[in-house]
Design a protein around this ligand. Sequence first.
Ligand SMILES: [Zn+2]
Ligand SMILES: [Zn+2]
Length: 190
Amino acid sequence: MMSTAAEKSPFLFNCHELPRRAGEMREYELTFEDHGSIGVDLLAIPGDAPIDVDLRLEAVAQGVLATATVSGEAVGECTRCLEPLTFFVQEEFQELFYYEVDYRQKPKGKEIVVEDEDELLAMEGDFIDLDGPIRDALILNLPINPLCKEDCEGLCPGCGLKWIDLPDGHEHLVGDIRWAQLDGWQGPNS
Ligand SMILES: [Zn+2]
Ligand SMILES: [Zn+2]
């Protein structure tokens, strides 16, 4: 099990320094740089871009409580004007990783109440796999429609140029009777 996870997850962390005594605590500043692209086509943290994780591990009765601040910089393009942009993401998460014994062997007379078994995170030996929590924290904070700036005016649908580069009053009115009456007007393509 452990080797399988180690092969597929870039966010495995070895907790061997943390004694399995409730109340013990360790803190780490980690940087991950080989994790595959995180995000969507329009906006993603490149696969080799640093993802910083300030991690606090606390031993509790059932396992290891991981509290983290994760941050990274996504690159993409503005959905309105297609300019390249970067977007800084920072988010916190807290997850409990159960000791394997707690997870797999329910003590007699006790039920571990789990809302959804799939969401229960278990340690794998001394390892915790931060992959899910880190990806969720980052992806859920990436805007679906990234903008270079809040009030980006986007592109003129007529010529595809940026509104910001076009003169005031720029329009495409081919066949528009109102404009046909204006002598001397010269369109941007004339
Ligand atoms: Zn824009
Ligand atoms: Zn135009």
